[in-house]
Design a protein around this ligand. Structure first.
Ligand code: SF4
Length: 324
């Protein structure tokens, strides 16, 4: 059996999952734990396999982020890669992920090989969809190279870089808080944090940046007034700057602390970080289930199918001017 300890921690994505469906949260963080081990029971192995599933839009985001971090790492050492090479790299990467998913290599290793939701659940993914995804990748990378953020990175020296997509943590509410900043650089007194987005704008993006601000002020000793926080939406080619007041930062600490408390309150034993499935109800918003990787477990006989894609309007997910 695994020697890894399932330690309780918090991250912005964990909060989002807890908020959307408690059962999904349970499967993702508890039910699937240890499922990578061939000695684990069949249900745990299944939940682990499902946890590793990714949708095509998520894969597009991953590929774009991989390509951008590839470029930024090259930029850092003074050898920027030509945009056309980066775009070719991204398209090849996308093709490789599609191929290994089609070949179901995840049967050999769920952690190593991509398992696409569309393939696993045999849901429509036409040649047109594939071309649209490939275009989405190119459009996103064009927007990245044209962004003010990229121009700022181009003028940075190697020593200015603080992080490029590193998984890192800090402590708040006696809890390990995980963050992955796409890129952060220091210029004189200022610290710039840029976050690339391949999807639409969400209020959660602002919360995520605010958590990054907590990290930056506590770990790098940067004053809040010297912090430049920006989400860059690559599909719409828009840059959203987040200006935080000291009060906003306090509200963010409260937001994280309360989220941690709500998660811990559902545990059987908070010290041991153990949980029981029955304490984590399935969502009643079955629309969420249509794109959930765990729907094979929740609905073994009658899985809710995905509806034809409709672009959500701003009214469906309004981005508030205020942070909270
Ligand atoms: S299928 Fe629905 S109820 Fe089940 S985990 Fe997913 S979102 Fe929750």
């Amino acid at each position: 059996m695994s020697n890894f300890q399932n330690e309780f921690s918090w991250s912005p994505s964990r909060h989002r999952m807890f908020d959307s469906c408690k059962r999904q949260y349970y499967y993702n963080y508890y039910g699937s734990w240890g499922g990578w081990n061939k000695d684990a029971d069949a249900q745990t192995q299944l939940l682990y396999r499902l946890k590793k599933i990714t949708t095509v839009p998520q894969l597009v985001g991953t590929v774009v982020h991989d390509a951008i971090s590839h470029e930024i790492r090259a930029l850092q050492v003074g050898r920027p890669i030509h945009p056309s090479e980066i775009k070719t790299f991204a398209q090849k990467l996308f093709g490789q992920h599609l191929l290994v998913s089609e070949e179901q290599r995840w049967r050999y290793s769920a952690s190593q090989y991509t398992n696409l939701f569309e393939h696993y659940y045999n849901e429509p993914f036409t040649e047109t969809d594939q071309n649209n995804s490939a275009n989405h990748i190119s459009t996103s990378l064009n927007a990245f190279f044209a962004s003010n953020a990229y121009a700022t990175l181009q003028s940075a020296g190697p020593e200015d870089y603080l992080t490029i997509e590193d998984l890192t943590d800090f402590t708040l509410a006696n809890t390990k808080i995980w963050v992955v900043l796409d890129v952060a650089i220091r210029r004189d007194k200022s610290v710039y944090i840029f976050d690339w987005k391949t999807g639409r704008e969400r209020q959660a993006d602002r919360h995520q940046l605010a958590v990054y601000a907590l990290y930056a002020t506590s770990q790098w000793g940067v004053a809040l007034s010297d912090l430049q926080l920006q989400d860059i939406y690559l599909q719409t080619n828009t840059e959203q700057t987040l200006d935080l007041s000291p009060d906003d930062l306090d509200q963010t600490r409260i937001f994280v602390t309360e989220s941690v408390q709500k998660m811990r309150a559902l545990l059987d034993d908070p010290e041991q970080n153990t949980a029981s499935q029955d304490t984590f109800p399935m969502t009643t918003n079955t629309h969420l289930c249509t794109t959930c990787p765990f729907k094979a477990v929740c609905y073994p006989n009658d899985r809710p199918a995905r509806q034809p894609t409709t672009e959500p309007t701003i009214e469906q997910d309004p981005v508030q001017l205020s942070l909270f």
